[in-house]
Ligand binder design. Structure first.
Ligand code: FAQ
Length: 330
């Protein structure tokens, strides 16, 4: 059904790659090393283009699927004000998805192809959005931890070597920063409330802490794309470096809230100035990205239904386009 996947485009890629000369590759790397931005019409190695399409489309899909866990609480937000804020945040995420699909399109892949990759299950989206939002405190935890982790990863992407992606990230990061604060504020209020409210906040932290650390991807030793992506300055920091920065910033915030980070091995190392933390359950991470997380089927099922329900809109737009074209030709 969803057949216009990314891989169709990729079939011709090795042929184009074979035409690349060492001089072209060297000149390209020299531009990267000189911190020049690569723009859509510039020459680029096919593997660079493919890496960007993979990362940008996965990033866009994450923003779109990421609307679902929070959407679950729109009708049950505790006050009108919280509801209005949550609605605005979720709309921002949709906007991020759209800027990112546009950035992806500059690399010669259509939005339809990228969306088909998501709907067919071929393209990944962030593991974090396959966990359920069981209580209102989960909405606080998503803003504080998930948007917090997203910012940590995305601020360096504002300096990504590919211009259209880097520029899209500037606005996205400003909005994510507001999202992070609104999440922290939800938890701040709950933590200053009744014992039951504080317990709800603690329970949310217990469930979201480890999946948030997984957002940064596998450990550096197991990250198959990191070395090349860093050489091309798509990524500026490794997965483990960003995860460490996130832990260092977030643990004092948990302490401020009076919450306990669910990690018995967590300890501040005076010498390095960093927190040391326990081992991530990588088996859980692998299962989630293989499609076996608690909500994977529900998330993709809902997205496919939304896509199918929207078919009449696409059909109407096509018919209108044809009418306009016929009129112009007459
Ligand atoms: N989930 O070699 P690496 C947000 C995959 S946006 C699923 O280390 P790379 C906003 C990876 O794709 C959150 N898959 O890969 C929001 C690769 O598989 P592949 C999304 C993961 O690309 C908030 C394989 O594992 N942010 O939260 C994950 O160098 C609230 C090997 O990994 C971005 O996408 C994972 N967590 O580094 C929205 C940021 N981690 O493709 C709504 C841009 C790794 O070979 C509500 N992306 N994999 O089949 C990146 O920075 C990078 O792509 C990484 C992964 C760091 C995610």
């Amino acid at each position: 059904m969803y057949t216009q996947g990314l891989d169709q485009k990729d079939k011709s890629a090795p042929k184009r790659e074979q035409l690349e000369t060492p001089e072209q590759l060297e000149a390209f790397q020299a531009r990267i090393d000189a911190e020049e931005k690569i723009e859509a019409k510039d020459w680029m190695p096919e593997a660079y283009r493919r890496t960007l399409i993979r990362q940008i489309s996965q990033h866009a899909h994450s923003e779109i699927i990421g609307m679902q866990p929070e959407g679950n609480w729109l009708t049950r937000a505790p006050t009108l004000k919280r509801k209005a804020i949550l609605l605005a945040k979720i709309q921002d995420e949709a906007g991020h998805g759209l800027y990112l699909y546009s950035a992806g399109e500059t690399l010669g892949v259509s939005r339809d192809q990228m969306v088909a990759g998501l709907l067919s299950g071929k393209a990944k989206y962030s593991s974090i959005f396959n966990y359920p939002t069981l209580t209102w405190a989960d909405i606080g935890a998503i803003g504080w931890l998930v948007d917090g982790a997203a910012i940590m990863n995305q601020i360096p992407l504002c300096r990504c070597s590919y211009g259209p992606y880097a520029r899209a990230m500037v606005r996205i990061c400003k909005e994510e920063s507001f999202h992070q604060r609104q999440g922290f504020d939800i938890l701040r209020v709950l933590c200053a409330g009744t014992a039951g409210q504080k317990a709800m906040a603690q329970d949310a932290l217990n469930r979201w802490w480890w999946p948030s650390l997984m957002m940064f991807g596998p450990n550096d030793a197991d990250s198959k794309h990191s070395a090349q992506s860093m050489a091309w300055k798509i990524k500026r920091f490794s997965n483990d470096e960003l995860r460490q920065k996130f832990v260092d910033v977030t643990v004092p915030q948990a302490e401020f809230l009076g919450l306990q980070v669910p990690d018995d091995d967590l300890v501040f190392d005076q010498e390095s100035g960093h927190y040391r933390f326990g081992e991530i359950d990588w088996q859980e991470f692998i299962e989630v990205i293989k499609g076996n997380g608690p909500c994977n089927r529900q998330r993709l099922g809902k997205r496919r239904k939304a896509h199918d329900d929207g078919e009449w809109v696409r059909e109407a737009a096509r018919a209108y386009g044809e009418k306009q074209a016929a009129k112009a030709a007459a």
